[in-house]
Design a protein around this ligand. Structure first.
Ligand SMILES: [Zn+2]
Length: 249
């Protein structure tokens, strides 16, 4: 007897990459969607505010921009999803290029490091004020985590303070690709892999923390034999990556 093929179709963990705008220096502002084998949709960051859509800087001027199709709701729609389909929203940190649309996800549970949540609400609030209407929306439900945390099997949050307090990177374990590291802004560019000599950016709040977190991730890459490292804002590397609707499995 021949069984229908559909009986054998099983979900498999997948990683989708979204471009959610372009920074003032021409780098992508990425977001990520992880779909787990049990059907959980995990979004990582929400990009520049959708209010920036179409506000292109004049020729010759530099500034962040969001092109048509690049808002998070548009990117999700391209995969047949809406914000209500997202179960977990990982907040790597609350800078404007990462947290501009959190208010679209009141039905998700937002996952953030306690140190970052507290710093955004207190001492460093001016930096994160630009998108406070989004991430501080009263309808949002936050779960505060502390340090390295297994979110679900195959998705690990890696505490990488330095760029900001309580910044988090993400380690994924995909069935075919193997381990994948999303450094986010702990290591924005491939040229910044040396903890001792790497450049420190103008938005890095704590140089010692940046160097320690870079060391932590470099050690992780070696220990886990990570072949695919996706840097936070690397324009050249981005060109070589699969972007949604393509995916990594
Ligand atoms: Zn960033």
């Amino acid at each position: 007897m021949i069984e229908p093929i559909a009986a054998h179709v099983e979900l498999q963990m997948r990683l989708f990459l979204f471009r959610l705008g372009t920074t003032g220096s021409g780098s992508p502002a990425p977001g990520y969607l992880v779909q787990t084998a049990d059907g959980t949709n995990i979004l990582i960051d929400t990009g520049y505010p959708r209010s920036m859509l179409g506000a292109v800087p004049p020729p010759g001027a530099s500034g962040p921009s969001v092109a048509p199709g690049e808002t998070i709701d548009q990117q999700l729609a391209g995969l047949g999803l809406s914000p209500a389909d997202i179960h977990l929203l990982v907040c790597t940190h609350l800078d404007v290029d990462h947290a501009g649309n959190h208010d679209l996800f009141p039905t998700a549970e937002l996952i953030i490091q306690r140190a970052h949540y507290e710093s955004a609400h207190t001492g460093h609030s001016p930096r994160f004020a630009a998108t406070r209407d989004a991430w501080g929306h009263p309808a949002l439900r936050y779960r505060l985590v502390e340090g390295d945390t297994v979110l679900v099997p195959g998705v690990e949050l890696i505490a990488t303070s330095g760029h900001v307090p309580g910044h988090q990177s993400v380690l994924l374990r995909l069935p075919e690709t193997g381990p994948v590291l999303l450094t986010i802004d702990a290591i924005p560019h491939v040229a910044q892999l040396d903890p001792e000599t790497r450049t420190i950016g103008p938005h890095d709040m704590d140089e010692a923390g940046v160097r320690a977190s870079t060391r932590k991730l470099v050690d992780l890459i070696a220990r886990e034999y990570i072949q695919l490292v996706i840097f936070g804002h690397d324009a050249a590397r981005w060109q070589e990556l699969r972007q949604a609707p393509e995916f990594y499995a």
